[in-house]
Design a protein around this ligand. Structure first.
Ligand SMILES: [Zn+2]
Length: 509
């Protein structure tokens, strides 16, 4: 991931100047990386399947197909796009009832968006193999496969990896995509206030963004090389994520498990194998920030080898170091607060917002799924109040929810619908003027005189677009809708125990 080769300065800076002996292994590793050659590539599919050598592009395709063919009950292969040069962007889905969308948390591992950072590519192929072989015999793996919908994308930048050698070798792999884009600087940038928009981005990232939006993974990680460290949010700012303690907790667990196998691995970082992204170096447009900021996901960046083109001799040891950590990291997706939200009257699942006042920022709020009403709020242990809300329903506040690390707290929440349909409101407490509106509108009182009014605007799909609490003195509240797209929205006005939903039509050009 590093933008420049020497961005691992923190690590070197910590070493006493005189300990040049320690630097020698680093030097040796750089030399080794230069020696990556055709002998590091598998001669045939059988050798690729040992995970001791690197696969050619065709080996990769065959191995991915074989996973799905050999384990059809728990493994499916999906293509979610193509690269600029027409190579496939592939993801395995590994889960029980693999062809159904079940009420289970989504988890994603993805590697090698930097085409020359190839260790993670083989690690994820081997992880898929391990999960499939372990299902039904290894209880921990069986739980992961039963309880999660796991997706694995071993190679996010196949052109960067294989282009220079016509699919046969990784020897001349490069970091960037075919058009020269650094894919880990090409996602929407929260700092620039960019919209969640695929326009103008590299083809691989356009497909990746659509894939991520579709599945809304509860937890994910993307794998890189160039350092040995777990990098957690944010990359773009020194501000801490609302769930900073949780990120440090899960990152530390990853690093600790790896360092337990090899104490020299991830060595020398002040916080023990983990770093806040911006504290290491500020980067804009990273995948991690995109997922965490725009999609409400929980993603870290795993930097797993110093060398970019790691010698195949090192693959076995790097698997041994990371195997435990990769599995435990997935296990964290089972914990926190989870459950369902449904309609009290009908029992139908609801797409609702689960917010923790005083803790959450807009990006960290999670939503329950429209299909099943299930939600997953990963969080560090503690005691939290939850506010659960959905358009057309009375919000529910659940006080003092206790969360313990390595445990899940289950909540099944039923929301009471407002008794009247939108069309039947005869004496509304609020009105919108003008409605339809163009650039702005006012929310005006009809029969409420003062108090605190919470205004929430939802899309018809149930996404929360605006939320604010305004003091209410009987005058109207002016809201600019310049940045909203034309369409129909639901505006929920809550004042004390009274709540009302109004329909808002925007005609923005
Ligand atoms: Zn990278």
């Amino acid at each position: 991931m590093p933008g420049q080769r020497y961005s691992g300065f923190v690590k070197l800076w910590l070493l006493p100047v005189f300990s040049l002996l320690f630097l020698m292994p680093l030097g040796a590793q750089w030399t080794q990386s230069l020696q990556f050659n055709s002998s590091d590539m598998a001669l045939d599919l059988a050798e690729a399947r040992t995970f001791q050598k690197y696969p050619t592009y065709n080996h990769y395709l065959e191995m991915m197909l074989d996973f799905a063919t050999n384990y059809p009950e728990i493994c499916r292969l999906d293509t979610f796009g193509t690269s600029q040069e027409g190579r496939l962007l592939l993801a395995l889905k590994i889960s029980d009832h693999v062809n159904e969308d079940e009420p289970e948390a989504g988890f994603l591992y993805t590697s090698t968006m930097h085409g020359n950072e190839i260790l993670g590519y083989v690690l994820l192929l081997r992880l898929a193999d391990t999960l499939l072989k372990g299902y039904g015999t290894d209880s921990e793996i069986t739980t992961l496969v039963d309880e999660l919908q796991i997706r694995i994308n071993p190679l996010a930048n196949p052109d960067g990896a294989y282009s220079a050698d016509a699919d046969t070798s990784l020897q001349h792999a490069v970091r960037v995509s075919a058009d020269g884009t650094d894919l880990n600087r090409d996602f929407p940038d929260p700092n620039a206030g960019e919209a969640d928009d695929t326009t103008g981005r590299a083809m691989e990232n356009r497909f990746m963004m659509e894939f991520l939006r579709e599945h809304r993974f509860s937890m994910s990680a993307n794998l890189h090389s160039g350092e040995e460290v777990v990098n957690y949010p944010w990359d773009y700012t020194y501000d801490l994520h609302a769930d900073d303690p949780w990120y440090r907790f899960i990152s530390q667990e990853y690093a600790d498990e790896a360092m337990a196998v090899d104490p020299t691995y991830m060595f020398g970082w002040p916080d023990g194998g983990i770093t806040n992204g911006a504290v290491w170096f500020v980067a804009r447009g990273t995948r991690q920030d995109y997922v965490n900021y725009y999609l409400g996901g929980r993603e870290v960046t795993l930097e797993l080898s110093m060398e970019f083109l790691l010698s195949s001799d090192e693959l076995e040891q790097h698997w041994k170091i990371n195997q435990r950590s990769l599995i435990n990291y997935m296990g964290q997706c089972l914990y926190g607060i989870r459950g369902t939200v449904s309609d009290l009257d009908t029992g139908n699942p609801l797409r609702a917002e689960i917010r923790i006042p005083g803790h959450d920022s807009a990006y960290s709020v999670v939503l329950s799924s429209a299909a099943h009403g299930d939600f997953y709020r990963l969080i560090k242990e503690g005691v939290y109040d939850l506010v659960v809300s959905a358009p057309g329903y009375q919000s529910d506040t659940i006080k003092s929810v206790e969360v313990s690390d390595y445990q899940s707290t289950l909540l099944d929440i039923q929301l009471k619908p407002f008794g009247v349909s939108l069309a039947q409101v005869e004496e509304p407490a609020f009105r919108i003027f003008p409605n339809p509106a163009i650039h702005s509108f006012r929310v005006e009182p009809v029969n409420l005189s003062h108090g605190q009014v919470e205004l929430s605007i939802y899309s018809m799909e149930g996404s929360l677009i605006y939320n604010n609490t305004h003091p209410w003195y009987g005058a109207g509240i002016e809201i600019s809708s310049d940045k909203m797209e034309a369409g129909i929205y639901l505006l929920r006005c809550t004042c004390g125990t009274f709540s009302e939903v109004l329909r808002l039509v925007l005609l923005n050009p």
